[in-house]
Design a binder for this molecule. Structure first.
Ligand SMILES: *[C@@H]1O[C@H](CO)[C@@H](O)[C@H](O)[C@H]1NC(C)=O
Ligand SMILES: *[C@@H]1O[C@H](CO)[C@@H](O)[C@H](O)[C@H]1NC(C)=O
Length: 296
């Protein structure tokens, strides 16, 4: 619980820092070592999403599973091909339900997101009741999220009620981060009164300005970007895509910089540090995130 509380305090800090209009020079601040360590369980959870569902359902996937030894799985699925792997369960140590989505191959997602034919669409009104039609998201990501949406909702309901829980943490890396971000919009619409937070790694841009503003106004998101990873800077802002607030950027000297606002252009944050994909490093996408590389 201590770790989760620290994580939540950090998220609140990030939100309140960006909300103070009178500070002339809000600083980009480096997280302390103990703040960084609060993310470790979630980094393992995001990494675990790359493991075969048969091993996440029994929590027998090896070192990633052993890193969160008290986890109680509820459901898992996907085939890693048409549908990315996912799992849902409960962490009695952190007292949170965990929802995790698998990512994909870096070169594959980079090719998809630099394709000129990227289409955005409004969110489906059955899955997302009440969301304004001015909110648009990447069509491919919306399709991926829709494939597992109701299965995940029902598993989360089971995990909450079986454990008397009231908190859900949604995690993912790469494509899994994009699906997790859309799940972060979807699940609260169907689970009023539940507290949500999301910890996302190597998140690509998912939606338009209204989407980013909706996320900022309603959700608690941290998205962690490593070094010169190209994925967080695609699709380009010139195509109308925008990140929500909540960026943490891992810099060359190992510092985790909390970057206020959306798409902060400071050199300490990914937009400033990686001006275009030709100055990026694909291998940074998988890690290391505080020493950990994504993958089962
Ligand atoms: C992946 O999906 C495609 C299209 O549905 C299918 O043709 C292919 O056999 C699948 N590959 C594996 C390894 O399941
Ligand atoms: C980026 O961070 C700086 C703090 O160094 C802040 O002044 C600025 O408003 C931020 N930019 C955006 C776009 O939020």
């Amino acid at each position: 619980m201590a770790a989760l509380k620290l994580g939540l305090a950090l998220l609140t800090l990030a939100v309140s820092v960006s909300a103070v209009p009178l500070e002339p020079r809000q600083s980009i601040s480096a997280l302390s070592t103990s703040q960084i360590s609060t993310f470790k369980p979630f980094t393992h959870y995001a990494s675990t999403a790359y493991c075969n569902p048969s091993t996440t359902l029994t929590w027998s996937c090896g070192s990633n599973c052993q890193a969160n030894p008290t986890f109680k799985p509820v459901a898992s699925g996907g085939d890693g091909n048409g549908t990315q792997f996912w799992y849902v369960g409960y962490d009695p140590t952190l007292k949170t339900v965990v929802v995790a989505h698998q990512g994909t191959d870096t070169s594959q997602i980079l090719a998809d997101l630099t394709d000129a034919d990227i289409i955005r669409e409004t969110l489906d009104s059955t899955l997302f009741p009440g969301i304004s039609s001015s909110v648009t998201v990447h069509s491919g990501f919306a399709n991926e999220q829709a494939k597992t949406a109701t299965l995940i909702l029902s598993a989360v309901q089971t995990a909450l009620s079986n454990n008397g829980a009231n908190t859900v943490t949604i995690v993912g890396h790469s494509l899994g981060a994009a699906i997790a971000l859309i799940d972060s919009v979807y699940l609260p619409l169907h689970l009023p009164g539940v507290t949500f937070q999301s910890v996302l790694y190597g998140l690509p841009r998912v939606g338009n300005q209204d989407f980013a503003d909706y996320v900022d106004a309603n959700l608690h998101i941290t998205h962690i970007n490593n070094l010169k990873d190209p994925i967080p800077i695609v699709p380009g802002r010139f195509l109308g895509f925008h990140h929500p607030s909540g960026e943490v950027h891992i810099s060359e000297n190992g510092a985790w910089e909390a970057c206020p606002g959306q798409d902060n252009t400071s050199n300490l944050c990914i937009v400033g540090d990686v001006p275009n994909i030709f100055e990026s490093t694909e291998s940074d996408h998988d890690g290391p995130y505080d020493g950990l590389f994504m993958g089962c």
